[in-house]
Design a protein around this ligand. Structure first.
Ligand SMILES: [Zn+2]
Ligand SMILES: [Zn+2]
Length: 250
């Protein structure tokens, strides 16, 4: 598996990064995890506009899904003629309605479902292309999922947005790479069931026995180096900060 960080800024874009979006590739199949603000532009650095095979949306906060509106335009009004065939989009209950109303507040003749094949995510195990994926409900103010992706005996776990959660521990169990949000800073911000601190991300990785931890979703107003240091204090494995355009071979 190859993981590319398309965007990793938490909650809103930074000068350096779009919001959450990660490209996972194997066997020529491209699965995009989340498509937050600015992700569609960045994505085109890594693959063609129409080269995605499936999209997974962890939850329906704008910083994880809002560029789907722009991607709808690109697929529906395709400039070189013809509408794009629907690609699978996996998201929480209500994803189509959420994206449709975000796109336009008046009914239009165009329909998201003509270019997106929506699938409702529940906690389960299923196949997306060559990947076996496992989804779990995580702790966040809206219905939100973490995902574990397995391919060729390797595993990648992605937290989405979450507070401390046993389900997240299970997703990250013995993972080769654990991509975990660390939006909050230990000792500064503590709101249950919203986000993890760097320390909590490190503790989760340690409990789960993850082999490598990549911290992501750190907002521009937060000192990422502090969250990195806090994670390293409690997790003995390699820890680093996600950065746009960085790739990992898993
Ligand atoms: Zn978020
Ligand atoms: Zn969120």
């Amino acid at each position: 598996m190859k993981l590319t960080v398309v965007g990793c800024s938490g909650s809103f874009p930074s000068a350096e990064s779009a919001c959450s979006s990660y490209l996972v590739e194997a066997d020529g199949f491209r699965l995009l995890l989340d498509m937050g603000n600015g992700a569609l532009g960045e994505l085109q650095r890594h693959c063609g506009l129409y080269d995605l095979d499936a999209i997974f949306l962890s939850h329906l906060h704008a910083d994880h899904c809002i560029d789907m509106c722009a991607y709808f335009v690109a697929r529906y009004y395709r400039h070189d003629g013809g509408r794009c065939a629907p690609i699978p989009v996996y998201g929480p209950e209500g994803t189509e309605h959420r994206l449709t109303t975000a796109y336009a507040d008046t009914p239009t003749a165009s329909s998201m479902s003509e270019v997106f094949d929506f699938h409702t995510v529940k906690p389960s195990t299923f196949e997306i292309g060559p990947f076996t994926v496992h989804t779990e409900r995580v702790r966040h103010p809206v219905e939100a999922y973490g995902i574990r992706i397995e391919h060729g005996g390797k595993s990648l776990a992605y937290s989405g947005d979450t507070g401390v959660s046993e389900a997240l521990d299970a997703l990250a169990r013995d993972s080769d790479l654990f991509l975990c949000e660390a939006a909050f800073t230990h000792g500064k911000e503590s709101i249950p069931d919203l986000h993890l601190t760097g320390r909590e991300a490190g503790e989760t990785a340690a409990r789960a026995g993850a082999r490598r931890l990549v911290l992501t979703h750190i907002p521009p107003w937060t000192d990422a180096e502090v969250n990195l240091r806090d994670a390293r204090e409690v997790f003995g494995g390699p820890v680093e900060l996600a950065a746009p355009r960085v790739t990992y071979e898993i």
